[in-house]
Design a binder for this molecule. Sequence first.
Ligand code: GAR
Length: 198
Amino acid sequence: MLRVVVLVSGGGTNLQALIDGVQSGRIEDAQIVGVISNNAGAFALERARRAGIPGFCVSPKEYAERAEFHRALLEKLAGLEPDLIVLAGFLVNIPPEMVQTYRGRIINIHPSLIPSFCGKGYYGLKVHEAALARGVKVTGATVHVVDEGTDTGRILLQKAVEVKEGDTPEILQRRVMEEAEWQILPEAVARIAKGELL
Ligand code: GAR
């Protein structure tokens, strides 16, 4: 049984896709053993609660030093003994020690076709604003391995999504989530649980 810990910051729709995947049997031999948020008010924590999954808040605001926050996050993770860590809209830079400790076992979902619209400053709605500003006709989502860089790790899965006339960043974000993110993130976890992909 693959022990999965999901890190979140906000609404948690990608977390929900994973919860649904486990509950429906689309993801087999995996269990979400904990959800960690940097934000106590994240609706993602409510989704975890409703699914009976232990949820925790480890917020940088509660620590005077960044290093203390990093230590607290690593301690919380260690206690959950994860085989796989999923960054599902976790909008905080993760500590390099975390990459070292769990090398090759951390994956991230990014809402563009990497290497477009990724790296520092490209997160959430900003990614879709940039895609629309550039006028691309196709965008999408990427699941990749997390290394020390920002969105630089090995690409595992990608799915393309059409940009349509009249799209706003919000409309495009929703389409990318529905057609790509909520498909490829559960698929990645399902395949990793089968010993594939990673
Ligand atoms: C998702 O679109 C995810 O791809 C993005 O944040 C959103 C979180 O939504 N992540 C990044 O931009 C990471 N660079 P959710 O909380 O509803 O899953």
